[in-house]
Design a binder for this molecule. Structure first.
Ligand code: GLY
Length: 403
């Protein structure tokens, strides 16, 4: 419930960040009976969420190292939640999610790619995940638009996709219907702690006013490492990883590709209406957001080598987003060093995929449910920061979150 105090109304939970993670957390927390205020400094999805391609692809995204293997479990569990998540949102709001159950092909177009794909297949078999080896003729039977020179392919039949822009619209609508209080275009906010600097009391807005809350969730994406008001030992090592992505439309309508197709350096994700998302560069350039000729050229070159018909597409938009990377590229989900403060960021390449699971995990934390074992791999304290020292002061609260 929302209660009044001398310095303004207080809610049970304040969520900072209106991307897909913040919206999903706010909605689920409200469904569990908590009063929720969601603050977004810009507009919903203005960070990475509305730029994302929307691949729900734990099998094709898994990479060779221990930490990323562990995140496979997160991805598989969240992928399994997506169908019901999309159906529930669709029923509540009447907004479709563009959820496509078509699967994904990983495609090799030369001998080097084929050797790499064989290694990827062995790796996936060792993890016990489903990927089927396809001869070139089998791959082209499934996707006739693939280049005739395709050397080998793997099919990940359970790696699907959604349209993140539609998902954001549906989540915002579901939040509104559920009674989540929402403010967009707030500008930068800072965490506000109690006098001892231990426990969160809410956030301070850019104009100095307070929004009070029993608990605060930071769903601040690539800006997670720049939150003002925290002790140094409570901060987290999140960094932006730039991605350039192209939106194209086939003037002939839908149907050139059915599945998402991935090759070296590029992926092509079809939408229902003949549009395609083609991504994405991976660049360590801080918060720089320029689209570059080189980035666009390389994406189009690599996509054209996989699917020559791309040359006929109309180019509608070039978009740039910032993925929230962490040192091991697993997310940060769980309690912070400050009482009442919870992290839900650092989802790197998988924010859309991990939204339903993150919302479940965070609402479990908010309502004091037994700790889900999956939270171990996401522990915000695993990098040696975000641990209470008891010796530092809370510092100034008035500087803004630079986002
Ligand atoms: N999930 C794909 C990307 O981040 O480019």
């Amino acid at each position: 419930m929302v209660s009044e105090s001398h310095s303004g109304p207080s809610v049970d939970v304040l969520v900072v960040g209106g991307g897909i993670i913040g919206l999903a957390v706010a909605w689920r927390a409200r469904q569990r009976g908590l009063s929720v205020l969601l603050l977004e400094r810009d507009r919903f999805g203005a960070g990475a969420s509305s730029v994302a391609a929307g691949m729900l692809a734990p099998v094709t995204e898994v990479e060779f190292d221990q930490a990323r293997r562990r995140t496979l479990d997160l991805g598989l569990r969240s992928a399994a939640l997506w169908s019901a998540f999309a159906a529930e949102l669709g029923e509540l709001t009447g907004v479709g999610m563009g959820y496509r159950h078509a699967g994904t092909l990983m495609v090799a177009r030369d001998a080097d790619d084929a050797r790499e794909l064989e290694r990827q297949l062995v790796f996936r078999e060792s993890l016990g995940v489903k990927a089927r080896r396809l001869l070139p003729s089998q791959a082209r039977e499934l996707e006739p638009a693939l280049t005739p020179t395709v050397r080998l392919a793997l099919e990940a039949a359970d790696d699907h996709s959604v349209n993140p822009q539609q998902a954001l619209g549906a989540l915002a609508s579901a939040c509104e219907r559920a009674g989540v209080l929402m403010e967009q275009h707030t500008g930068d906010v800072a965490v506000a702690l109690d006098a001892a600097g231990d426990r969160v009391e809410g956030v301070r807005m850019a104009n100095g006013s307070m929004r009070r809350a029993g608990q605060v969730v930071l769903a601040t994406g690539a800006w997670g490492g720049m939150i003002a008001g925290l002790r140094d030992s409570a901060s987290v090592p999140v960094r932006p990883v730039k991605g350039q992505i192209l939106r194209l439309r086939d003037p002939a309508g839908p149907g050139l590709l059915t599945r998402a197709v991935r090759g070296r350096g590029v992926y092509i994700v079809p939408r229902d209406d003949g549009r395609y998302v083609l991504g994405a560069t991976m660049e360590e350039r801080g918060f720089e957001l320029n689209a570059t000729a080189g980035g666009v050229y390389e994406l189009l070159r690599d996509a054209h080598e996989l699917v020559p018909g791309v040359a006929e597409f109309h180019l509608e938009h070039v978009c740039v987003g910032l993925r929230p990377g962490t040192p091991d590229n697993a997310p940060l989900i769980g309690r912070s060093a400050h009482g009442g403060l919870i992290w839900a960021c650092g989802h790197f390449r998988n924010g859309i995929l991990l939204a339903p699971l993150t919302a479940e995990l965070v609402s479990g934390v908010l309502t004091g449910q037994p700790v889900d074992p999956l939270l171990e791999v996401c522990d915000p304290a695993r990098f040696g920061v975000n641990t209470p020292t008891g010796s530092e002061s809370s510092g100034a609260l008035l500087t803004g979150v630079a986002r």
